[in-house]
Design a protein around this ligand. Structure first.
Ligand code: C5P
Length: 201
């Protein structure tokens, strides 16, 4: 039997770190669905039409090192507002969720659209300021020369686009458990998430 965990939330809320740790704790497979949209966004920057990019996406295009840049994040959130692009990425995500050993998917619409029947749904949030500080640290560590103000502006713009779009907007599923990581460190957030999953296994 498959067991599916849906983890959604805004940029830099901690959902990626939490998802990887939860997958490791239970021996489940993990899919960061943001990488799918980032890969399509990357190809848009290269001049490829978004729908064509989504339809021809391959797993080796999901190379994190080239996809974790502010430009690609911005392009990703633009292509993510196109309903045909979202539709083209749906089957791959649903098939992944059915993996026999259990699956953790993280993104924006996993609990609401991709896996409405998920066994556990978490909605991870944190204040925009704290999220911008976390992302700023990561980007600086990776050698990107950006100011905290720029990152905060990007985070706010991406939130507005992800929450405001008509198709699959970012919002918690009715049966999702909200995890506010504003005042938590990584270890605490992971421990909370693992405990929430354990209670439902
Ligand atoms: O999670 P990450 O920041 O990598 O996602 C990049 C962008 O991809 C998001 O801002 C969002 O617009 C889009 N996305 C989405 N649905 C998902 C995952 C990501 O629309 N399930």
């Amino acid at each position: 039997m498959s067991f599916t965990i849906a983890i959604d939330g805004p940029a830099a809320s901690g959902k990626g770190t939490i998802s990887r740790a939860v997958a490791r704790a239970f021996g489940f497979e993990h899919l960061d669905t943001g990488l799918l949209y980032r890969a399509v966004g990357r190809r848009l920057l290269d001049g490829v039409e978004p729908l064509e990019a989504a339809q021809t996406l391959t797993v080796d295009a999901l190379d994190e090192s080239v996809l974790r840049t502010p430009e690609v994040a911005e392009a990703a959130s633009k292509v993510a507002a196109i309903p045909e692009v979202r539709a083209a990425l749906l089957d791959f995500q649903r098939a992944f969720a059915q993996r026999a050993g259990g699956a953790v998917l993280d993104g924006r619409d996993i609990g609401t659209v991709i896996c409405p029947e998920a066994h556990v749904k978490l909605f991870v949030i944190a204040s925009a300021k704290v999220r911008a500080e976390r992302r700023h640290k990561e980007l600086r560590a990776a050698g990107h020369d950006v100011s905290l103000e720029e990152v905060l502006e990007d985070v706010r713009a991406r939130d507005a686009r992800d929450m405001g779009r008509a198709d699959a907007p970012l919002r918690p599923a009715e049966d999702a458990e909200t995890l506010d990581t504003t005042a938590m460190d990584i270890a605490e957030a992971v421990a909370r998430a693992v405990a929430l999953v354990e209670a439902r296994l």
